[in-house]
Design a protein around this ligand. Structure first.
Ligand code: AMP
Length: 400
C-alpha cells in the first residue's frame, strides 16, 4: 500500500515525498481513511508509530476546502516539545496548501502568539494552560472549530490537565469531529473518551507493549555507583545518540554536568530551563552537536530523534507506561535500539511490575572490569542472588 491510495491532494502528497515516507505505518493505514470520512477516532497508539502524520495528513486534506483565517482545527498536547513537534509536521506537510498553523504554549511571551493569531491561522496546536489564557482573554475564538484532537490523553490526565480540557471544551462547538489518542486506556481515559467522542472507531496499535525493535537489559547496581557504571557503559558503547533519564530535574542537571566533565558531549534537558534553552538542548541533540541528552520524563514525549541507539534509565521509571514511553524513543523508524535500566535493591518491586505489564523479558547484565565493590563495598553477588530468588522467572546474568 502506498500513500497515493488515500487520494490526498497533490499539494499534500508531494510533501509526504519530501519526507521520504514510502509506505504508511499501520496506524496511518487505518486512521487516515476514517479521519477523511469525518468520523471520530479513539486511537490507542504510542509515539513512534507514525501517529502524528496519521491525523495531520487527513486534517490538512479536510481543511483544503472551506474558509480561511478562522481556527478550524485544534490539537491539544501535554508538553511544549510535543506541541512544537506536531506544529513542525503541520508546517512541512502543509507547506503547499496555504494553511497556517500556530504553536501555543506557556513559558514564553504571548505577544508573538497573539500577533500571529490576529493575522489569521486555520490550525492551532496547544498546551492546555496557555490555551485557556488565550480563550479567557478572548484572543482565540473557537466558534468555528471543526476538528479537535486530544493527543497523548493519558499523559495529559497524569499531568492534571483534565480540568483544563473540560474548560476548553466549553468554548468548542458540540458538532465537531474529535480524535483522541492515548498510549494506554485506563478507566480515566475511557471516561474522557466517552464524554468527548461520538460513536468513535477504535484503532488499536500494540499499545501496551514496547516496540519490538528494542532489546531490554537491567543493570543491577548500588545507588552510589550509578554514575561510575554509566561512565563505564558509555566508554564501551558505540557512539550513536544516547538518551538518559533521571528521576528529577536536579539529577538531570548534575548528571549532564558530570558527563561533560568526563569528556562526553552531553547536555541536560529539564523543566527548570528557559524555553529557549530547552529548545537549544533538543535541537543540539537532534542535529548531533551533543551525543548524549540527559532528560527528565517530560522530555520523553517530545523527542523525535529517529536514530537514538540507546535509552538509559539512570533512575528506573515509576510506572510501566513511563517505561514504555521512555524506551520508545529508541528502535524507531526501522532502526534497532537498546534500553538499559539501572536497578537498585529498592527498585525490585517496580521491576516485577514492569515485567508483568511490559510483557518482555528484562535480562540482567553486568559490566566486565567494573568494580561493583567500590566505596561502600556492596556485595553484588549477594545482590544478584537476592534478585534472582525474588524474581518469578529465573534470570540469566549475562556478562557484557
Ligand atoms: P510519530 O509516532 O508521529 O512521533 O512518528 C515517529 C517517527 O516516524 C517520526 O520521525 C516520523 O517522521 C516517522 N514516520 C512517520 N510515518 C512514517 C512513514 N510512513 N514512513 C517513515 N517514517 C515515518
Amino acid at each position: 500500500m502506498s500513500f497515493t491510495s488515500f487520494h490526498l491532494a497533490k499539494s499534500i502528497l508531494s510533501q509526504v515525498e519530501v519526507l521520504k515516507y514510502t509506505h504508511p505505518t499501520p496506524i496511518q493505514r487505518r486512521a487516515i481513511p476514517i479521519v477523511l470520512q469525518g468520523k471520530d477516532v479513539m486511537g490507542l497508539a504510542q509515539t513512534g508509530t507514525g501517529k502524528t502524520a496519521a491525523f495531520v495528513l487527513p486534517i490538512l486534506q479536510q481543511l483544503l476546502q472551506g474558509p480561511r483565517n478562522t481556527i478550524r482545527a485544534l490539537i491539544i498536547a501535554p508538553t511544549r516539545e510535543l506541541v512544537e513537534q506536531t506544529n513542525a509536521f503541520i508546517t512541512i506537510f502543509g507547506k503547499q496548501t496555504g494553511l497556517r498553523s500556530l504553536a501555543v504554549y506557556g513559558g514564553i511571551n504571548s505577544y508573538n502568539q497573539i500577533k500571529t493569531l490576529r493575522k489569521g491561522v486555520e490550525i492551532v496546536v496547544a498546551c492546555p494552560g496557555r490555551m485557556i489564557d488565550h480563550l479567557q482573554h478572548h484572543v482565540i475564538d473557537l466558534k468555528h472549530l471543526e476538528i479537535l484532537v486530544l493527543d497523548e490523553a493519558d499523559r495529559m490526565f497524569d499531568m492534571g490537565f483534565l480540568p483544563d480540557i473540560k474548560k476548553i471544551l466549553h468554548f468548542i462547538p458540540a458538532k465537531r469531529q474529535t480524535l483522541l489518542f492515548s498510549a494506554t486506556m485506563p478507566e480515566s481515559i475511557q471516561k474522557l473518551a466517552y464524554s468527548v467522542l461520538r460513536d468513535p472507531c477504535l484503532i488499536e496499535i500494540e499499545y501496551t507493549t514496547p516496540l519490538k525493535s528494542i532489546t531490554h537489559f537491567l543493570f543491577p547496581v548500588e545507588q552510589h555507583l550509578k554514575t561510575s557504571l554509566l561512565l563505564k557503559i558509555l566508554e564501551n558503547t558505540a557512539s550513536g545518540p544516547i538518551l538518559i533519564f533521571t528521576r528529577t530535574k536536579h539529577r538531570a542537571k548534575n548528571l549532564g554536568e558530570n558527563l561533560k566533565r568526563n569528556g562526553f558531549s552531553a547536555i541536560a534537558l529539564q523543566g527548570n530551563l528557559s524555553q529557549n534553552k530547552r529548545k537549544a538542548a533538543l535541537n543540539g541533540f537532534r542535529d548531533g552537536s551533543f551525543q548524549i541528552l540527559v532528560a527528565t520524563d517530560i522530555a520523553a514525549r517530545g523527542i523525535d530523534v529517529s536514530n537514538i541507539t540507546h535509552v538509559i534509565n539512570y533512575d528506573i521509571p515509576d510506572t510501566p507506561d513511563a517505561y514504555t514511553h521512555r524506551t520508545g524513543r529508541t528502535g524507531r523508524a526501522g532502526n534497532k535500539g537498546e534500553a538499559f535500566t539501572f536497578v537498585t535493591q529498592d527498585d525490585l518491586k517496580i521491576v516485577h511490575t514492569l515485567e508483568r505489564h511490559v510483557g518482555v523479558e528484562l535480562k540482567c547484565r553486568t559490566v566486565n572490569n567494573f568494580n561493583y565493590n567500590a566505596e561502600r563495598k556492596p556485595d553484588t553477588n549477594r545482590y544478584s542472588r537476592g534478585y534472582q530468588t525474588q524474581s518469578r522467572r529465573k534470570k540469566r546474568v549475562k556478562a557484557s
